[in-house]
Design a protein around this ligand. Structure first.
Ligand code: SAM
Ligand code: DTB
Ligand code: SF4
Length: 330
């Protein structure tokens, strides 16, 4: 039987569902790992038969001084981390970084602003110019900048923004243990606005913040019952940062990350599952298990927002060792 035929046979059985229950998701998360991996691989292979991995580069345009009190974040003014309010990148500086990221092989450029919400005025006009510029050089453009209004979302869509990143981070039940300056509902409303403006949604979370398996399942339930599913789902492992309330937490078990990725893949077969923060703490074997489990994107470049990421060289070696397909292979 040829590969294409077998692919067709399996794909007949996979339905995209939006009615996942908490019990179902918990049962998937807790399956024997070997079985979970087999199930997620089957789904992954149908929807991404060439194991294509998207490389996304990240730049913090506006760093530090954020009014929100997210317990994991180095950029909150409520936390005593080393990150201080730095001067922002200008449009030309950002576009130079985007061009360099493209030359290194990335095809998505993600820009971050440490804001509670987007404010109108010069910084927002610059954000729009950055989005237009990134699109002009032929990359997908993603912005993360906190809450926004309908009009701001429309203007970002008109500028050509591909995706808006706005994570739910954890379960609705655990949220208030992590953030007190906004509600889960605030977060959901922003996501509805992004969707209504026709921008694709990038929404995921963090594991390793002291949450239970049920919390992880509950976060995945919120994501997997959105219709349509978020096009992009970043799965972060907490990077415990000195000066934040979560500084003393231990790095999550890498196999928990593999489970989270595999479950997200099963629940949301066509979404991009991004293996995000925390990769520096993982060996190459654990990262390859995540790719096998269904991750089809990584952040690529020597830094994330305020923390470091594996080097470009290390990632090129990793991708080659895994034998997956990336932009420059096509
Ligand atoms: N202010 C915007 C917001 O909160 O949406 C954008 C920036 S925020 C830093 C983007 C995401 O990075 C957070 O939602 C969180 O999921 C992730 N993140 C931040 N600090 C992290 C850490 N220490 N470890 C893992 N993920 C982290
Ligand atoms: C996401 O979920 N993870 C990225 C991106 N979206 C913006 C950010 C990770 C930040 C890790 C901590 C830091 O570098 O400050
Ligand atoms: Fe601000 Fe975003 Fe950091 Fe929260 S995660 S403190 S909103 S920059």
């Amino acid at each position: 039987m040829t590969f294409v035929e077998s692919e067709f046979q399996i794909s007949k059985d996979v339905q995209i569902r939006f009615d996942w229950t908490l019990d179902e998701i918990q049962n998937i998360l807790k399956k024997p790992l070997i079985e979970l991996l087999w199930e997620s691989q089957q789904v992954h292979r149908i929807f991404n038969p060439r194991y294509k991995v998207q490389l996304a580069s990240l730049l913090s345009v506006k760093t530090g001084g954020c009014e929100e009190d997210c317990a994991y974040c180095s950029q909150s003014m409520h936390n005593a981390s080393d990150v201080t309010d730095q001067s922002d990148f200008d449009v030309l500086g950002v576009l130079a970084q985007a061009k360099a990221a493209k030359a290194a092989g990335a095809d998505r450029f993600c820009m971050g602003w440490a804001w509670r919400e987007i404010r109108d005025g010069k910084p927002f006009e610059s954000m729009l110019e950055m989005v237009r510029g990134v699109r002009e050089i032929g990359m997908e453009a993603c912005v993360t900048g906190g809450m926004l209004t309908d009009l701001q979302a429309k203007r970002l869509a008109d500028a050509g923004l591909t995706a808006y990143n706005h994570n739910l981070d954890t379960s609705p039940e655990y949220y208030e243990k992590i953030i007190s300056t906004r509600t889960y509902q605030d977060r959901l409303e922003t996501l509805y606005r992004v969707r209504a403006a026709g921008i694709t949604v990038c929404c995921g979370g963090i594991i390793g913040m002291g949450e239970t398996i049920k919390d992880r399942a509950s976060l995945l339930k919120v994501l997997a019952t959105m219709e349509p599913h978020p096009e992009s789902v970043p799965i972060n492992a907490l990077v415990p940062i000195e000066g934040t309330p979560l500084q003393n937490l231990e790095m999550v078990d890498p196999l928990d990350l593999v489970r989270m990725v595999a479950t997200a893949r099963i629940l949301m077969p066509t979404s991009r599952i991004r293996l995000s923060a925390g990769r520096e703490e993982l060996g190459k074997e654990a990262q390859i298990l995540c790719l096998l489990a269904g991750a089809d994107s990584i952040f690529y470049g020597d830094s994330l927002l305020t923390t470091s990421n594996p080097s470009v060289k290390a990632d090129r070696d990793l991708l080659a060792a895994a034998g997956v397909i990336v932009n420059w292979d096509e």
